[in-house]
Design a protein around this ligand. Structure first.
Ligand code: FES
Ligand code: FES
Length: 158
């Protein structure tokens, strides 16, 4: 049975009327039409569906929407300020880490969850975060470079 579930997404107070067991990715993509969040494996393996919930990276393909009632959700659409990219978007783009781009939104949201909470995360912590994501194009090196560039920009901003 459908229920009303309320949360904030990308700064907008939002109520959806859906089956509470529906996965968050389906609500984000199919109900709210925020298609920047990508569906890859649909079984919590590839990381493409990652969003940030209450400041922490979370896979949306295995999270029932009832679990995010009352939370603050951020998707890739909520990062840029007008034409100004978030430092993580800018760095990942400039490091050559975007080839087909399918993995990119999930990786950016993962790094957001890490670096916006801890700009001084260790290289190992960054590596651990990136290890949750599959990329079939880049060989991962440019993604690592982009993550370190992003960390520097965030440290300099603070
Ligand atoms: S689609 Fe969620 S982890 Fe792959
Ligand atoms: S850039 Fe194509 S999957 Fe990562």
């Amino acid at each position: 049975m459908e229920e009303k579930i309320t949360f904030t997404i990308n700064g907008v107070d939002t109520t959806v009327e859906v089956d509470p067991e529906m996965m968050l990715i389906d609500v984000i993509r199919d109900v709210l039409n925020l298609t920047g969040t990508k569906r890859g494996c649909d079984n919590a393996t590839c990381g493409t569906c990652t969003v940030v919930v209450n400041g922490k990276a979370l896979k949306s393909c295995n999270t029932p929407v009832k679990k995010v009632a009352g939370t603050n959700i951020l998707t890739i659409e909520g990062l840029a300020r007008g034409m100004t990219l978030h430092p993580i978007q800018k760095s990942i783009s400039e490091s050559g880490a975007v080839q087909c781009g399918f993995c990119t939104p999930g990786i950016i949201m993962e790094l957001y969850g890490l670096l916006e909470n801890n700009a001084n995360a260790s290289e190992q912590e960054i590596e651990n975060a990136l290890n949750k994501h599959l990329c079939r194009c880049t060989g991962y090196e440019p993604i690592r470079d982009g993550a370190l560039m992003a960390q520097k920009l965030i440290q300099d901003r603070k």
